[in-house]
Design a protein. Structure first.
Length: 456
């Protein structure tokens, strides 16, 4: 609503203050009512006791001697016979008619409120007690003023009227201070996040001491900033590497064409055309790989392959990969073991992952590439082994990064994206890919995937 502060601090303070105000008001009303009832009961008990004492005197024939002490303005008494005549009265009710009716038929006593008495316009409580004496039935009326009760209630009410606003104001100030102190780290987090620009993702928000919700929020925020920083760094590296990979073949093609144009007499158009075609094919492969990785990035937040995916015969996928693997006349591809092993997933994606690993092995092998496929304990194990120079231990984890370059011997002829694509596909299918550290000489790439369970 326009003009009303909408901060959490204001809302919490307003709600807490409102709740306490309502509680204090209800408590004050109940307290006033209880005090009035207790004081009224005490007064009623006192005047009934006086009426009983006077009635006992009259019944014993001693007369209403105890009535003489009630002649003050705050109390009065009468003894009325069964005919309604006043036979005795306190000094302040002499010559006054009966001040109340007798108790109802069947009751020996009653207490009621009378707005005024002949001698005093104040409000009185009147106790009427029926008795029997030597002269017959009589009724004793004893009146007690309610002025003390009313004054006590008014005094309590005045105290509450003064105390409640002070208490509420102090509570509001305390809640305002406490909420502000509690939310101070949140404001520090907000201010820090607001000041972080796109090129300042290395900054972090302050984490307050302790392990409360705000500390966990700050830790979560820092974790998100770390992931954003890592993603931004990977994106910058990817763009830089992609630009370099695209620029190199374009530069070579331009150089060849410019040489042919500058020296037409010595140009070999057929050779230039073949060279340019090879470069274009390489560019096409690079662009295809970039599109695959971009699609994988878009699916990072998509759930992994589940039980509803298609069942794929991986042995058939491996057989096709062997047939379509990169051909080198000096390298032969051998199939050591192939078990019929079903997995759940996308056949085209799995075929691309297997083909990328096989192509990488053929590219770097000296003489032979061996492929085996077997399953153990519900997991499928695909091993692709080459007898090449191998990969240094320090570079075995890095080769699955995009545009990774280990050395010239293992990077020639490739885009540097094949193993990265294979890793994305395998992990999306719930598996893993790694270099077998125990295999020497050469390199063995191992892909593990969960075997598809048979439907119940």
């Amino acid at each position: 609503m326009t003009g009303v502060p909408s901060t959490i601090r204001f809302r919490v303070t307003a709600i807490a203050t409102g709740v306490v105000l309502v509680v204090l008001l209800v408590t004050g009303l109940v307290l006033v009512a209880v005090q009035r009832r207790v004081l009224t009961e005490n007064l009623d008990e006192s005047i009934v006791q006086h009426a009983v004492e006077i009635g006992a005197d009259v019944a014993n024939g001693r007369g209403a001697t105890s009535i003489e002490g009630l002649g003050e303005d705050d109390a009065a008494a009468q003894v009325v016979d069964e005919n309604g005549a006043v036979i005795a009265a306190s000094a302040n009710l002499r010559d006054a008619p009966p001040i109340a009716d007798p108790p109802p038929e069947g009751a020996d006593r009653s207490v009621r409120t009378v707005d005024r008495l002949p001698h005093d316009p104040a409000v009185f409580r009147v106790a009427s007690v029926r008795g029997t004496g030597p002269a017959g039935t009589f009724v004793v009326h004893v009146a007690g003023t309610r002025d003390d009760i009313d004054e006590s209630v008014r005094s309590l009410t005045r105290s509450l009227v003064l105390a409640v606003p002070v208490i509420v104001a102090l509570l509001a100030a305390l809640v305002w201070w406490l909420v502000g102190r509690t939310l101070r780290p949140v404001e520090a987090i907000r201010a820090e996040v607001d000041s972080i620009g796109g090129h300042q993702l290395d900054r972090r928000v302050p984490v307050p001491a302790g392990d409360d919700e705000i500390a966990r929020l700050a830790s979560t925020m820092n974790g998100m900033l770390a992931r954003m920083q890592d993603a931004a760094a990977r994106q910058r590296r990817f763009v830089a590497d992609a630009s370099h990979e695209l620029r190199s073949p374009l530069t070579r093609m331009r150089a060849e064409l410019e040489v042919d144009i500058a020296h037409p007499a010595g140009a070999d158009p057929a050779a230039t055309q073949r060279s340019v075609l090879d470069e274009v094919v390489g560019l096409q492969h690079l662009v295809d790989d970039l599109l695959v990785l971009a699609s994988a990035d878009d699916q990072r937040n998509v759930a992994p392959i589940d039980e509803l995916a298609d069942i794929v015969d991986l042995d058939g996928v491996v057989a096709r990969a062997v047939r379509t693997a990169r051909v080198r006349p000096d390298v032969r591809v051998e199939v050591a073991t192939i078990e019929a092993t079903p997995v759940r997933g996308h056949a085209d994606q799995l075929a691309r992952a297997v083909a990328n690993v096989a192509d990488n092995a053929v590219r770097h092998a000296s003489n032979v590439v061996s492929i085996s496929l077997e399953s153990t304990d519900g997991m499928l194990r695909l091993a692709v082994t080459d007898d090449g120079a191998g990969i240094p231990v320090a570079d075995r984890a890095r080769i699955f990064e995009r545009f990774a370059r280990v050395d010239d011997a293992r990077s020639a002829g490739g885009t540097g994206l094949g193993l990265a694509i294979a890793k994305e596909i395998v992990e999306r299918h719930g598996g893993a890919i790694a270099v077998d550290t125990d295999h020497t000489p050469g390199t063995r790439m191992v892909i593990t995937l969960p075997v598809a369970r048979s439907p119940d």
